[in-house]
Design a protein around this ligand. Structure first.
Ligand SMILES: [Zn+2]
Length: 330
């Protein structure tokens, strides 16, 4: 598969009537393609994939989920945002190799970080050699595997939220105010929940919701330890919302997990978006999209409190305003 073929599968959702918009930009200026299924009123959830370069199969998983939910009109009383591929620059490097890079200095340092090899199939970072899922401001730099120098994986960045993809996902999250988020990764068939020092009541809530995901997928639910700076960690720590990392693909499979595994992964996860939305509704009075939002977006919060319908109408028109037909430009 080439990078253009991957993007082509996301863009093809428009042929089925889904509307794509832009959740932000990558370092190299690629669009972070997103869609919304369901209604803009009621609880929203956000599902993102492909934040690690070699895990681009998760973008294809989200494409299938979104198409199924939309074509069968399955989402009511709330909505689901999908951000398909949070690290497009990295995915392009994995899929197309150094030919995708049009700058000799960049090629040189990427190759150096890659141990001199031109095989980038195991690459996880973004084009700046930052591991995006360690760059969020949630006990940043405190993970047991973190490294502090540019690398193909595990480099936390020179400071938290240094990367454009991370800033984009944060802004998009603050703007769309999900009550729950799910991050799809590979591999291992496990679900991670929780974060250090979270309040006991949130821990119980998040464990209970996570158990329903575990029951459906058959993946064990595991409390996160010794891992920090992830999107899920930031959602739990700063926004106080339930957030999960789901690692798909059997641990015996090599990275990157190929399309031949997609049918099985999809079958195991197909209804997770619906279960997540139902749980967001069920726990709505125990989920307070919190402090970080009030500090950064007090205007939006005021709208939401005073006139929720009006807020979502404005949000929809803002998103509509950004959308146009994407042609897999970037
Ligand atoms: Zn990952």
């Amino acid at each position: 598969m080439t990078y253009q073929e991957l993007i082509g599968k996301i863009v093809a959702l428009q042929d089925d009537g889904l509307e794509l918009f832009n959740a932000g930009k990558s370092v190299l200026g690629k669009n972070l393609l997103a869609t919304h299924v369901g209604e803009y009123s009621g609880p929203q959830i956000l599902i993102q994939g492909g934040i690690h370069a070699r895990e681009y199969i998760t973008a294809l998983l989200l494409v299938r989920m979104a198409r199924n939910l939309f074509l069968n009109d399955l989402v009511h009383g709330g909505g689901i945002y999908f951000v398909f591929l949070t690290n497009p620059d990295g995915a392009e490097l994995v899929l197309d190799g150094l030919d995708a890079v049009n700058c000799d200095i960049t090629k040189t340092y990427l190759t150096a970080a890659n141990g001199g090899s031109q095989d980038f199939s195991q690459f996880k970072a973004n084009i700046n050699l930052v591991d995006l899922n360690t760059n969020f401001n949630a006990d940043w730099g405190g993970g047991s595997q973190n490294v502090f120098c540019p690398a193909t994986e595990d480099f936390v960045g020179f400071y938290p939220e240094s990367e454009r993809e991370v800033q984009s996902l944060i802004n998009f999250t603050l703007q769309t105010r999900p009550m729950l988020t799910i991050s799809y990764h590979t591999k291992g068939d496990v679900i991670y929940y929780g974060f250090e020092n979270m309040p006991a009541e949130n821990l119980m809530r998040d464990q209970s919701i996570g158990e329903s995901f575990s029951l459906y997928t058959g993946y064990p639910l595991i409390f996160t330890e010794n891992s920090t700076g992830g999107y899920k960690d930031w959602c739990i720590n700063s926004l106080k919302i339930p957030a999960y990392t789901i690692e798909v693909g059997n641990s015996s499979l090599p990275h990157p997990i190929g399309e031949e595994s997609l049918d099985e992964i999809y079958e195991q996860n197909k209804d997770i978006p619906l279960i997540a939305l139902e749980k967001a509704k069920e726990y709505a009075n125990q989920i307070d999209f919190a402090i970080a939002f009030v500090q950064n977006n007090s205007k939006g919060e005021k709208h939401a409190k005073s006139n929720e319908k009006g807020y979502y109408a404005r949000l929809k028109s803002r998103l509509d305003g950004r959308s146009s037909r994407w042609r897999g430009d970037s």
